[in-house]
Write a protein that binds this ligand. Structure first.
Ligand SMILES: [Zn+2]
Length: 261
């Protein structure tokens, strides 16, 4: 009893909401001391989904549909010649708020190129992106991850950052959807860049794997970031023929001649 009274009258008793009973026992508990300030809430860990080798007329829209269902964004590293063939899925990538970036014109090994070949390859791809999506890429994922200091220097001169990955679904191999998902989920850590493919081969297993990967990562508290936001351009395609920056190899000629397809 004595202890209870002592507590009731102690420094923390300021919050007693009503008086004492006749025997001096508080009839309600004093408020607890104010809790220590809560630490800043940790920001949710981020993971970056990336899709290479598209656009593809079937699989890219399938991937986009799943991303939309979960309301998450991803980055697509596209092949310029595929954008030329399939401009509609390329456009859908941008219209749905994802990032579209460069994966070379025709999936060549860029480390085998000289500077002129490299520049031509990038400019052709940027031009195709401009025509299909009215955006300009800011990142390059070299095919096969093949890069070196020359490629990085030349890319930088063209305003492109080289972006690789740290987790691969190995979805170009003979692997099940569950196998792809298992590889990704085992490998992901906060900040991970995940390599998957929406083009370059049959990708139905990748599409199925997304329905395992995404809910599992959401459950773990991850949010999905855009690795490389795209730069929307307000210019009309004809401007590229006169741009001082690009294309530098005359790739606009066929467009300004009116043969966009
Ligand atoms: Zn590739």
């Amino acid at each position: 009893m004595a202890l209870v009274v002592l507590l009731g009258m102690g420094p923390s008793a300021g919050g007693v909401s009503s008086g004492l009973l006749a025997d001096g026992v508080p009839h309600s508990h004093p408020q607890d001391p104010a809790p220590p300030p809560r630490p800043e809430r940790e920001p949710a860990p981020v993971v970056y989904l990336t899709f290479d080798d598209g656009p593809h007329p079937i699989h890219t829209p399938q991937v986009l549909e799943i991303l939309a269902a979960y309301q998450i964004k991803a980055t697509f590293f596209v092949v310029g010649d595929m954008v030329r063939r399939w401009p509609d899925p390329a456009r859908q990538i941008v219209e749905k708020g994802h990032a579209i970036q460069l994966h070379s014109w025709n999936h060549d090994t860029l480390t085998a190129f000289n500077r002129k070949q490299f520049t031509r390859d990038m400019n052709r791809t940027q031009t195709e992106l401009l025509y299909a999506t009215r955006t300009q890429g800011t990142c390059l994922r070299p095919p096969y991850g093949a890069t070196n200091s020359k490629v990085e220097k030349w890319a930088k001169e063209l305003g492109l950052a080289v972006e690789l990955w740290d987790v691969s679904g190995n979805d170009w191999t003979d692997i099940t959807a569950e196998g792809i998902a298992r590889r990704v989920l085992r490998g992901v850590a906060p900040g991970s860049v995940v390599l998957l493919h929406d083009g370059g081969g049959p990708r139905s297993r990748t599409v199925s794997a997304l329905d395992i990967i995404i809910p599992a990562l959401l459950e773990d508290g991850y949010r999905f970031g855009l690795l490389c936001p795209t730069n929307p351009l307000s210019v009309e395609p004809a401007v590229c023929a006169f741009s001082p920056a690009w294309p530098r190899m005359g790739t606009c000629d066929r467009y300004s001649a009116g043969s966009i397809q």
